[in-house]
Write a protein that binds this ligand. Structure first.
Ligand SMILES: Nc1nc2c([nH]c(=O)n2[C@@H]2O[C@H](COP(=O)(O)OP(=O)(O)OP(=O)(O)O)[C@@H](O)[C@H]2O)c(=O)[nH]1
Length: 168
């Protein structure tokens, strides 16, 4: 399926994203591309990781909570909505971090767009995931991340102090 009529909707730090006027998909370098936001939520010098439950695609893999950007939604609104839905909390956003593009297949290429964040209010309850873990800088690779997250986790490890300082 090839889209023909594009409207540029937004620019991320790694390039341009286009949206077809009719269909709910995006194109990047000839691949259909699904934009997904995720939150790196910090508390007490640790970051929150959640495990996808077996009923979800990629069940058993660990990820940062978040989800797909809906039609007409900004990345910022998306991540705030998804965190409320998945964890039942309000977050305060920090900074937009470098995105990770990953091809799970030729039909499924995602752009994972991470934001740093802290909890603004509420207590975490898992609505979709089956486990959570708070990981320190030296524990980041103790869980099995979804493949698209690995560049983000590596970036986080390398820039841990400046990212944490950036949201204080
Ligand atoms: N939220 C999130 N999704 C990720 C991460 N890493 C990663 O590969 N993904 C993939 O990105 C896609 C986003 O899916 P999702 O299931 O979280 O999104 P959603 O809540 O909007 O899903 P829905 O289609 O069931 O409404 C999935 O294919 C998921 O496996 C991550 O760190 N966070």
């Amino acid at each position: 399926m090839v889209a023909t009529d594009f409207t540029q909707i937004t620019t991320f730090n790694l390039g341009f994203t286009f949206k077809d006027s009719e269909e709910d998909f995006y194109i990047l370098s000839h691949h259909l591309m699904i934009p997904v936001t995720c939150a790196l939520i910090f508390q007490d010098q640790k970051v929150l990781a959640v495990r996808r439950s077996q009923s979800m695609p990629l069940g058993g893999f660990w990820e940062f909570p978040g989800g797909k950007i809906e039609k007409g939604e900004s990345p910022e609104s998306c991540i705030i909505r998804e965190i409320k839905e998945e964890l039942g909390i309000e977050i305060k956003l920090g900074e937009l971090l470098p995105a990770s593009d990953h091809a799970y297949s030729t039909e499924k290429v995602i752009r994972l767009i991470p934001f740093s964040a802290i909890i603004h209010s509420g207590e975490i309850k898992l609505h979709e995931h089956d486990q959570l873990s708070w990981l320190g800088a030296n524990e980041l690779f103790e869980v099995t991340w979804a493949p698209a997250d690995i560049p983000i986790v590596s970036y986080l490890k390398e820039h841990w102090i400046s990212i944490i300082n950036g949201i204080k």
